[in-house]
Design a protein around this ligand. Structure first.
Ligand SMILES: NC(=O)c1ccc[n+]([C@@H]2O[C@H](COP(=O)([O-])OP(=O)(O)OC[C@H]3O[C@@H](n4cnc5c(N)ncnc54)[C@H](O)[C@@H]3O)[C@@H](O)[C@H]2O)c1
Length: 303
C-alpha cells in the first residue's frame, strides 16, 4: 500500500489520546471512524474534539470552516466491525493493558481487509508481546503520541519484530502528512525512547525531593526556568555542542565518566554532535536570538 492509498483511518479508544489523534487525522483531510465502549463516552469525546478544534480557531491557526469540516469527517461507532470495514490505517488508543490490546488486535486481524495497517499508541508495551498472534506481522507499527496528541508535534514511530520497511516508512510519511514530527525508533524497547528519557528525569527529580534536597515547587521551578527554558531549541546533545563542552580539556569534559564504553569513546573525541566547529559562533548567536525572544515572551515583564 502507498501513502496515497490511505483514504480512511480508524481510531479505537476515544479517551485522552484517542480523541486528539482523531482530531489530527480529520483536520488534515482523513475520513476518521472513532470507536469506544459506549455512546456516552463517544458523545463526550465529540464534545472534546469540538473544544480542541475551537482552540485552534481561537488562535487563528485554522478557520471555523476547517474545524467544521474536520468534525464532519469524524464518525463514531461502538461496533469494531464498522472501524474495521474499510479503514486503511487503524490506531488503537485503548487502556495500556497487554491482554486488552492483544484481544483488540486479534479481533481486528480477522475483521480488517489484508491491506490495513495497525498502529498502537502504547506508552510502554511492545508489539512482540501483545501483537504476537496477529497474522499480518508486517503491518504492525507503533505511533506513540504525546498528550495532548493534536497539539504536541512529536510522534515516535516504532516497529515490532516483523514490521516491514514499507509499513514503517508509510507510517512515517503519514505522520508528516498530518503535520506531526515523526521520530524513527530503530529498536523495540519497553517505554521506547522519549518516555525513558523523561522517566529518568522524573525518577531523579522525585529522588532528590524524597532526600529533602529541595521542595517540589523549587524542583519544578528549577526545571522550567533552566534546561526546560532551553529545550524548545535543544536537547542534551545539541546542548553539549552549544555550551562548548566539546572544547573543554578532556579531564574536565569527563569529570563524571560514563560507564558505557561507546559514550566514553564519543566523549573522548572532543567533537560536537551537530555543530560545525567553524560555525560555532553563528550557531550560538542563532540560539541567543531565539532565547531572547523566549525570555521576552515568558519572563521579561514578570521578573
Ligand atoms: N495519556 C497519556 O498521556 C498518554 C500518552 C501517550 C500514550 N498513551 C497511551 O494511549 C493509550 C490510551 O491512553 P489514554 O490516556 O487515552 O487512556 P483513556 O483511559 O483516557 O482512554 C482509553 C479509552 O479507551 C476505551 N477503551 C478501553 N478498552 C477498549 C476497547 N477494548 N475497545 C474500545 N475502546 C476501549 C476507554 O473506554 C477509554 O475511553 C494507552 O495505551 C496509553 O498508554 C497515553
Amino acid at each position: 500500500m502507498e501513502l496515497s492509498d490511505v483514504k480512511k483511518v480508524g481510531v479505537v479508544g476515544s479517551g485522552t489520546m484517542g480523541h486528539g489523534i482523531a482530531i489530527n487525522f480529520a483536520l488534515w483531510g482523513y475520513d476518521t471512524v472513532m470507536s469506544d465502549l459506549n455512546e456516552e463516552i463517544l458523545a463526550k469525546s465529540m464534545t472534546d474534539i469540538k473544544f480542541g478544534l475551537g482552540l485552534f480557531v481561537e488562535a487563528d491557526m485554522i478557520t471555523q470552516q476547517q474545524a467544521d469540516d474536520a468534525v464532519g469527517r469524524i464518525t463514531t461507532t461502538t461496533d469494531l466491525a464498522e472501524v474495521a470495514a474499510d479503514s486503511d490505517f487503524i490506531t488503537e488508543a485503548i487502556v495500556d493493558r497487554s491482554q486488552d490490546k492483544r484481544e483488540l488486535f486479534n479481533k481486528l486481524d480477522t475483521l480488517c481487509p489484508p491491506r490495513t495497517i495497525f498502529a498502537s499508541n502504547t506508552s510502554s508495551l511492545v508489539l512482540s508481546d501483545f501483537g504476537s498472534d496477529v497474522k499480518r506481522q508486517d503491518k504492525l507499527v507503533i505511533t506513540h503520541y504525546f498528550a495532548p496528541p493534536h497539539i504536541v508535534p512529536g510522534v515516535e514511530v516504532g516497529k515490532g519484530p516483523g514490521t516491514s520497511v514499507e509499513s514503517f516508512e508509510l507510517t512515517y510519511e503519514l505522520m508528516k502528512k498530518v503535520k506531526k514530527v515523526p521520530i524513527r525508533l530503530q529498536k523495540e524497547l519497553p517505554g521506547y525512547l522519549i518516555n525513558r528519557i523523561q522517566a529518568a528525569m522524573g525518577r531523579e527529580a522525585m529522588k532528590l525531593w524524597a532526600e529533602g534536597m529541595a521542595t517540589a515547587e523549587d524542583i519544578e521551578l528549577g526545571i522550567i526556568t533552566t534546561f526546560g527554558f532551553r529545550m524548545p531549541h535543544e536537547g542534551p546533545m545539541m546542548h553539549y555542542d552549544l555550551a562548548g563542552i566539546w572544547k573543554w580539556p578532556a579531564d574536565v569534559r569527563n569529570a563524571n565518566p560514563n560507564p558505557n564504553d561507546k559514550i566514553r569513546e564519543r566523549m573522548a573525541e572532543g567533537t560536537p554532535w551537530f555543530v560545525d566547529p567553524d560555525k560555532f559562533d553563528e550557531a550560538v548567536e542563532a540560539r541567543d536570538r531565539e532565547y531572547v525572544q523566549r525570555l521576552k515572551t515568558l519572563y521579561w515583564d514578570k521578573l
